[in-house]
Design a protein around this ligand. Sequence first.
Ligand SMILES: [Zn+2]
Length: 166
Amino acid sequence: MVISVAVDVNEIAHLGKDFPWIKPSGCPRCEQPLWWHGFVLAYFSCLLGAVYLRRLRCPCCRAIHRLKPVGYWRRFRSPATDIDQAVTHRQNSGRWLHDQPRPRQRQWWRRLQHMSQVVLGLSVPAVSAFATLSARGFIPVSRSFYCDTSGIDPPPYRTVSLPPVS
Ligand SMILES: [Zn+2]
């Protein structure tokens, strides 16, 4: 599972493996104390190179967890706030932001439309679609309809079956 922690991704990049990660109080699954379990490389849109994120292992349920700077969704390299900004801007002005890659913004927009349609039943995403979907635990611009409930009680993911994108 991914455990979101309030740390600065720039600081992690700067300090590398010396970054002082704080061990979570217990396994999100079984609440037993966790053991450090090496590092994993991860990429973020705000940084050029990869950064080392800390991994943990639960000796009780054998789950492997990783710590992730808060504000990033699973499998997303841009912080959630950047994505929110881009789709909100597109919604309000019909334009793309200049400081974000356009293909990426298009992809977020398309996925938001698709998810608004399927989950909320809207033909055009409403201004509140992004917030509504987030509040329900969805990643509003994800292609997979997993709920990002990292850090919340198990079960970790709720799957919703969907028709394919037309
Ligand atoms: Zn465990």
